[in-house]
Write a protein of this length. Structure first.
Length: 316
């Protein structure tokens, strides 16, 4: 039933009859069902504008957080029936030869963006997603469109965006594809790394206004081709043994999230999967030698200031 994100006409849960308040109170009630079409699979589960807070915790704390949030949210449908409630996410990150997107994170620029192609398996019949993830001060904006996997190679070789690449013909999907291609052209962006990880996601029923994600086993390795592969040869794991906790919300910070932070004594810590992966790999492996400007001591400073303080830092 969960075979393809958007490739089949199947039934999915729509929402629960709830007694939940606007801040994401406890969930009660029965599930309603609807027909799940390819167009709905493309549109659903995307927070186009949100706030995002990141933390790192050990595995025991992650399991305790799972028990805490299950009283307010429900498990993302793609994790239902999966080991550890988690599904695999793959991203092919694009950047310029001088790694401008990486440097924007390194320099903590408030207004920055990342380009990636996200996918979930190596089935040629399931879609890939072209994504622009922008940070403007403290807000996160995401623009994405679903395309056919066969379109990835021509798209990254510079072919003009064509409506036939798209899964859905809704106008904003074509607009997103055109903007994605414009930014690729502006950066002269090319594939740089393949990142994959396991995601356990909990969502507010019916609205997706609130999400809590627990990301494990984050792996990163260089990749310079448009191939959407799922196997890795010799990746680095920049966050092991920690679990990345992400709190995402589109409106006011829910009161119960504040309780969660206080209960577990959480401290915010930047955890950029692409940038931290590049730093650990060494940008010399990703950029032409003539453009390599980063000294090893600066790389060490970058990695050091992104590590967890205290006990967990000693384990990393």
């Amino acid at each position: 039933m969960n075979r393809a994100r958007g490739s089949a006409r199947i039934w999915k849960p729509e929402s629960r009859a709830r007694t939940q308040d606007q801040e994401g109170g406890r969930v009660r009630g029965s599930i309603k069902w609807r027909r799940y079409t390819p167009e709905r699979a493309v549109e659903d589960k995307v927070q186009l504008q949100r706030f995002e807070l990141k933390y790192r915790v050990d595995e025991n704390t992650a399991r305790a957080i799972r028990e805490f949030v299950r009283g307010y949210l429900e498990l993302d449908e793609y994790g239902v029936g999966k080991p550890n409630n988690a599904y695999r996410i793959h991203s092919l990150y694009l950047d310029s030869d001088d790694l401008r997107c990486f440097w924007d994170v390194f320099n903590s620029n408030k207004n920055r963006y990342k380009l990636r192609i996200r996918y979930y398996d190596d089935d040629p019949d399931t879609p890939a997603f072209c994504e622009i993830k922008r940070r403007v001060n403290e807000a996160i904006f995401k623009q994405r469109c679903a395309i056919r996997k066969q379109a990835v190679a021509p798209l990254l070789s510079g072919q003009l965006p064509d409506p036939s690449f798209l899964i859905s013909q809704r106008p904003h999907q074509l607009e997103a594809l055109q903007e994605f291609c414009r930014r690729i052209s502006d950066l002269n962006a090319k594939p740089k790394t393949h990142v994959n990880y396991l995601r356990e996601a909990w969502v507010s029923p019916g609205s997706n206004a609130v999400r809590v994600c627990l990301d494990r086993q984050v792996c990163s390795e260089p990749q310079f081709t448009p191939e959407l592969k799922t196997e890795m040869e010799n990746p680095v794991m920049p966050f092991e043994p920690e679990v990345i906790l992400e709190l995402k919300f589109t409106g006011r910070f829910p009161n119960w999230m504040g309780d969660l932070v206080r209960t577990f004594g959480l401290r915010q810590l930047s955890s950029a999967k692409y940038a931290d992966g590049v730093a650990l790999l060494g940008e010399r492996r990703l950029a032409p030698e003539t453009l390599t400007l980063l000294r090893e001591d600066l790389l060490e400073q970058f990695l050091e200031r992104r590590r967890l303080p205290g006990r967990l830092a000693q384990q990393a």
